[in-house]
Ligand binder design. Structure first.
Ligand SMILES: *Cc1c(COP(=O)(O)O)cnc(C)c1O
Length: 387
């Protein structure tokens, strides 16, 4: 038996309901299956390959570092991690970075920092973290507890204690929750990705921010999906005019290699001390060299381009036949179709376009630098199959 689909089905755990498609290689926003059929990639590995597949600059940065020093323990200094941390702090105005290997781990770090900060500043009985219903923060037992969607929790209990969920965009409910809880932090995604690509209201985010001043708690923004240029700003929170205490990110940061970061602001930059946290691979030089290349290329020209492409998608799809609504921000798009989203995704795939879903929506997270020509072609096909 040497058919890859059969081997995978037999030996890989059944956690992914994969499409019957074996992808072999790609370039930019084009990817090819084992028969050489071409697809336009509108998912970019769930918002990971920020500059597309096998991007030359990124691949060179990674290959050069791999040929020099692919890994060293965190007992020693290495250049890529230091330079990446500096770049992230300069772009955000935050102060220090802890590197991990995934979004869930970046959030784990943020949660540990919030708990220690609250224990030291508000008392050890103050450890609750308020998150939003319909949120997604990861798959570890603690980040599942943070995730405000019950269907992810079923049969995995008991989850980590200390999380309270409140409905998104409901300021009254938020105020009530805050009033009756000893709150260490509020954690949220500016655009709920897995929850259906739903941007938070400006007034709601402002309310969280104002309450954080009034009640002295931290703001953690989960930018795992919204970060690194995805929404048309460097980070999603920059659309909302707030200053978070902790920003977590991953996905697009590495451009295709696993890296996560918890970026810490001045209230928490020194909360973690020697031995408080760690990760063997955290800030690995190859991943960091790739991420540094990604971060350095997210400039105003690219961000303007993301905004233009976003506008094009909204304009083209908003009132099209079979499309009931378009949501999201930048190149993070949710499309509510009259037909079931899974049917639209399947039909688009047959016509050479790879899309994602989020809840009942078709979700698009193309590479930030997707050529306009590819984008137009993909959107035309989505429009056609959604009819
Ligand atoms: C994907 C995602 C995560 C989890 O990231 P992993 O790298 O899969 O652990 C956490 N938060 C948000 C908002 C995400 O989109």
């Amino acid at each position: 038996m040497n058919d890859i689909i059969s081997i995978d089905k037999q030996y890989v755990a059944n956690t992914y309901n994969r499409f019957p498609l074996e992808l072999v290689n790609g370039k930019g926003s084009k990817v090819y299956d084992k028969y050489g059929k071409e697809y336009i990639d509108m998912g970019s590995g769930i918002g990971v390959t920020a500059f597309g597949i096998a991007d030359n600059e990124w691949a060179t940065a990674v290959a050069e570092q791999a040929g020099k020093l692919q890994h060293m323990s965190n007992l020693y200094y290495t250049k890529p991690g230091a330079m990446l941390a500096k770049a992230l702090c300069e772009k955000t105005g935050l102060k220090k970075v802890f590197f991990s290997n995934s979004g869930a781990e970046a959030n784990e770090c943020a949660i540990k920092v919030a708990r220690k900060w609250a224990a030291e500043n508000k008392g050890e009985d103050c450890y609750k973290i308020v998150t939003l219903q319909n949120s997604f923060h990861g798959r570890t037992i603690t980040t599942l507890a943070a995730t405000g969607q019950d269907h992810f929790h079923k049969l995995f209990k008991p989850l980590t204690d200390g999380f309270v969920h409140t409905p998104a965009n409901d300021i009254d409910a938020l105020k009530k929750t805050i009033a009756k809880t000893r709150v260490a932090a509020v954690m949220f995604e500016c655009v709920q990705g897995e929850g259906g690509v739903i941007a938070l209201d400006h007034e709601f985010v402002k309310a969280i921010y104002d309450l954080s001043k009034e009640h002295n708690f931290l703001i953690i923004v989960d930018e795992v999906q919204t970060g690194n240029g995805r929404t048309g700003k460097f980070y999603g929170y920059m659309n909302y005019g707030i200053n978070p205490d902790i920003v977590t990110t991953a996905k697009g940061l590495g451009g295709g290699l696993p890296i996560g970061a918890a970026i810490l602001g001045d209230r928490v930059e020194n909360v973690l001390g020697f031995g408080d946290h760690g990760s063997t691979y955290g800030g690995n030089p190859v991943c960091a060299a790739g991420a540094l290349n990604v971060i350095n290329r997210i400039d105003s020209t690219l961000l303007d381009d993301v905004a233009k492409k976003s506008e094009y998608i909204f304009k083209t799809l908003q009132n099209a036949d079979g499309i009931e609504g378009v949501s999201g921000m930048g190149l993070m798009i949710g499309i509510k179709t009259a037909k079931p989203a899974s049917e639209v995704v399947k039909a688009a795939m047959e016509k050479g376009v790879l899309c994602l879903t989020a809840k009942d929506k078709v979700r698009l997270l193309p590479a930030l630098n997707i050529p306009f020509e590819d984008l137009k072609k993909a959107i035309d096909i989505i429009k056609e199959v959604a009819k």
